[in-house]
Design a protein around this ligand. Sequence first.
Ligand code: ADP
Ligand code: MG
Length: 321
Amino acid sequence: MDEFEIIRRYFERAVSDDSIRVGIGDDGAVLRPDPGRDLITVIDTLVSGVHFPPSLSPADIGYRSVAVNLSDIAAMAGRPRWMVLALTLSDSDPAWLAGFSSGLFAAAQEFDLALVGGDTTSGQETAISIQIIGDVEIDQALVRSGANSGDAIYVTGTPGDASAGLAVLQSGTPRNSDVDYLVKRFARPNARVDLGQAIAEHASAAIDLSDGLFTDIEKLLRASAVSGLIELSEVPLSAQLIKLMDEDDALRFALGGGDDYELCFTSQAGAEVFQEIADQHDVPITCIGQVNESADSGDALLCTRNGNEYEYHHDGYRHFH
Ligand code: ADP
Ligand code: MG
């Protein structure tokens, strides 16, 4: 199967969308943005063996590749619109391609996202780069740099599940429904797109959690030139995570594990505003700390556990050391 056959069989699907003037099949896609909207563009690459175990099902790989990008769009309060896919394949296995494509289009359909182009090449490792273009009302994108001293720090969902799920996959832990839940949190991240749009008018800054709660909050605080404090006993842990390990280990996954694709944001608005949004979307939103004036010391983020100072050391995931 050559690349043209691969594109035709697995990726070219009829779309009727007025915004797509030219889609797959020409040298480039021609897209027409809605008037009065800013565009948001994000890209993420997933390399087999680095970002997912090669044994992950091809459908999950496809879904996840889209979801991690949607999460970035969500963090900026964007609406996903179009995507392009650069695919590097070590071989052209029809079963893998069929599974991958079904997972990719499942996510695309769920979030009203159209595949409008891409590139298909062969290489030593399977690698998937997806770029999503989204939009947002002019000047309404949520950014990392808007947090103010006095804001509360909120997190959606239950961090730690996905990285525990990955650990489970890698260690071959015997499966039961709790373990399956954690694995699913890794394999099929819930991009918080609707939630991102719902919190936008109340939030001062936001980031999505890809590298670990601690590191990602630090990034938000640094971008905003402020410091912050989180109380670890407030970090929401799933029942499934706590069943599988003691609270210290669960916290370690939550703070440093990464791959959560939850949102973390800051706001002046009262907690009841977010309780209502949480109820509407059926996703917990939990206040875990507060933003303070910029710190003189190097630490942007401090932790307490049950009120006592807690020294946390972790750099989050880094590709290059
Ligand atoms: P070019 O050589 O001009 O870069 P290609 O022959 O590589 O174009 O691609 C043909 C068409 O198929 C283009 O419209 C391109 O965007 C699209 N395409 C290539 N690979 C993919 C893919 N994996 N998914 C979706 N569209 C793709
Ligand atoms: Mg060309």
